[in-house]
Design a binder for this molecule. Structure first.
Ligand code: SF4
Length: 249
């Protein structure tokens, strides 16, 4: 089976079960284990890629002229190596349908990354993103991108999986057939964007369908009791375009 027979995601190596975390552990996640049956992965561990060993002293995100990454125990500023790696890796990616990264990480976190005022880790200012995740959002703003914590929420998981399979089917299908089959679902993301895409079906117009985030409230407005209906009513099964096992709790 070739890579294009399944959606392709960039996946944090620790979520794939590899012992690459700072303390030598992994971040096994039961949903990721299920997902692995259905996708091809491009594994990545930005911290190992820039030459950090396993185990290693922790690194932290610091808000200082933008965002930087320091290793307090060694006083090293690892910002540039991490940025250089991220730029190179993301610029050379083969076709990719989405990103699933580890939450809270100073490199991979799309959410929950503790951020400080000083390189020593003093002055906690809140939770932001990791540096690799920031680069992903900058280079691929419309692609499905989540961490394992976001996917504990039914709606976020539904949106992630739906986008992932839309990107995948767009990549492998004739555009006309793609529009015929998935118009109802594309409209969930943007009616206006879908109309533009139908008139002028370019890749840029496909991406623009995903230019705003949709929420639980939005989905429930479109289909009252969205979660219940999607899971139980055969009339609404057309809104599930990915293996049903992935959304069942
Ligand atoms: S979160 Fe990212 S950088 Fe940290 S161990 Fe996992 S893959 Fe590596």
């Amino acid at each position: 089976m070739s890579a294009s027979d399944k959606p392709v995601i960039v996946l944090s190596r620790c979520l794939a079960g590899e012992n690459v975390r700072y303390d030598g552990s992994n971040a096994y996640d039961p949903f990721v284990e299920k997902l692995l049956k259905y996708v091809d992965i491009i594994p990545v561990c930005p911290e190992v890629e820039i030459g950090l060993p396993v185990p290693r002293p922790k690194i932290i995100v610091v808000k200082e002229n933008g965002y930087k990454v320091y290793q307090p125990e060694t006083h090293k500023d690892l910002t540039q190596p991490l940025k250089d790696f991220s730029y190179k890796f993301l610029s050379n990616l083969p076709q990719t349908d989405g990103f699933l990264l580890k939450s809270k990480s100073p490199s991979c976190g799309f959410s929950g990354t503790k951020t400080y005022k000083t390189p020593e880790g003093k002055g906690y200012i809140g939770r932001r993103k990791g540096l690799f995740a920031m680069a992903v959002k900058e280079k691929f703003p419309y692609h499905p991108a989540a961490d394992e914590l976001m996917l504990k929420d039914f709606y976020k998981k539904y949106i992630f999986l739906t986008k992932l399979y839309l990107f995948f089917y767009y990549r492998i299908m004739e555009t006309e057939q793609f529009i015929r089959e998935f118009e109802d679902i594309l409209i969930l993301f943007s009616k206006k964007g879908t109309q533009e895409f139908k008139k002028n079906p370019t890749y840029q117009n496909f991406l623009r369908i995903f230019s705003r985030n949709i929420s639980e409230k939005w989905l429930n407005n479109k289909i009252p009791d969205f979660k219940g209906k999607i899971l139980t009513s055969s009339e609404h099964k057309k809104y599930i375009i990915f293996p049903e096992e992935l959304i069942k709790e």
